[in-house]
Ligand binder design. Sequence first.
Ligand SMILES: [Fe+2]
Length: 217
Amino acid sequence: MKAQFFGMPIWRENVDSKSYNKKEIIDTITRNYRKNRSRDSLWSTTSNVHHMYGDWDNTDYESPDWDNSLVGLYRGVLQRFFDSISAQKFNFDFEVANYTCYGNSQYIQEHLHPKTDFVGIHYIRFDTESHTPTRFVNPMSYAKYLEDIRSETRLKYDDNDISNAWMFPNWEPEIIEDDMIIHPALLAHDVRPQICNDDNLRISSVININAYNTSVE
Ligand SMILES: [Fe+2]
């Protein structure tokens, strides 16, 4: 289902966990994590997370079998998202660009995805009691001053209603395990340090999505 936050679209859909090789994917990523909880060849000075971006060819680790059934599932989710967008005729492609795996105290720095149009995040393993979702930064120019703007008297907006996101410096959408979200790639986001046991890993896949205008001859 599509919602709006900060004037931008965000799609959220719960993926059927029985329709893909979920256990195999989790087991593969967990085995990789046990080898090195901070596998990170790109962001190691600013983040602490186990991920595979920029490290695809490293034979010390196994590659999760996305192609078995997940890629087809993702295509369906993306099609439903794009069906909700009004635009001239277009098509899209996508790739599973990364996975991330967080144990206790692990986090990822604020960043955006400059080389793609939309980003999909599939929360393959997510414990609502101890894990936190992706946190999006309010892109409005006033957002950094919100604490100083009539902070004593202004409305106490309900922080469970995503349509109120515009009045908060950042926003974590409500997430449960198996949710997939799609957000604009130019919207900056991070993940706060997780407070969880290393036996209770937070695992997600990251999908880069491009859309192409096909009406141009
Ligand atoms: Fe990201």
